[in-house]
Design a protein around this ligand. Structure first.
Ligand SMILES: [Zn+2]
Ligand SMILES: [Zn+2]
Length: 201
């Protein structure tokens, strides 16, 4: 299904103008969302300033609009063990129901109270100004998808606690200076001029 009314890139707001408000009607589109600057978790995030491509499917239902989205995006991350930077392509799918807003006796839209801080409450999305805003739903879906402990390799051994170098498959050794030996070598250094001095005299 193609169309000529693709919303501007950069917006997560999808106008419903092409979707007839009659249950069963469908409208789909491909578009670019974002870019975003801060969508992620501690060690992985959507690459800042990269757009996301999305296939959006809107379906008119009795109570509102059922929105489905398949989103492709780039991820920037650091290995949780060795901190090596990584990036990859990822994708997620989501489906959310956007309820039509309640109207007052004059037919005006009642803006729902902000329920953002509602603790365990499930987020309820609403149609607003004949459009839906997918940003929060997409953000939630992507954040759930991102790894909390990304690894460059399952067997990554992290960094050497002594020198900070990345540990390879081979064990890497350090000449561990035993404090007792360094004390002894200090003794020898101090007495260098001792026996030798006598010998050469
Ligand atoms: Zn690593
Ligand atoms: Zn080392």
């Amino acid at each position: 299904m193609s169309n000529n009314s693709v919303p501007e890139s950069g917006s997560f707001v999808i106008p419903l103008t092409k979707l007839q408000r009659r249950p069963g009607n469908m409208w789909e589109t491909d578009l670019l969302l974002g870019p975003v600057s801060d969508m992620g978790v501690a060690m992985a995030r959507v690459t800042p300033n990269s757009p996301m491509s999305a296939h959006i499917r809107l379906e008119s239902v009795m109570e509102g609009v059922l929105a489905s989205a398949d989103v492709d995006y780039l991820v920037d991350a650091e290995c949780a063990r060795c901190l090596e930077p990584m990036n990859w392509h990822d994708s997620t799918s989501l489906q959310e129901l956007f309820l039509y807003p309640d109207t007052d006796s004059r037919g005006r839209e009642i803006v729902p109270d902000g329920d953002q801080d509602g603790g365990d409450e499930i987020t309820v999305y609403h149609v607003h100004d004949d459009a839906i805003d997918l940003e929060e739903a997409i953000r939630d879906a992507i954040v759930l998808e991102l790894p909390l402990k990304p690894l460059c390799d399952e067997n990554c051994r992290g960094l050497c606690p002594t020198c900070g170098e990345k540990l390879g498959a081979e064990d890497h050794q350090h000449e561990v200076a035993d404090p007792r030996w360094s004390a002894l070598s200090g003794l020898f250094t101090d007495s260098d001029s001792g026996p030798e001095g006598i010998d050469s005299a």
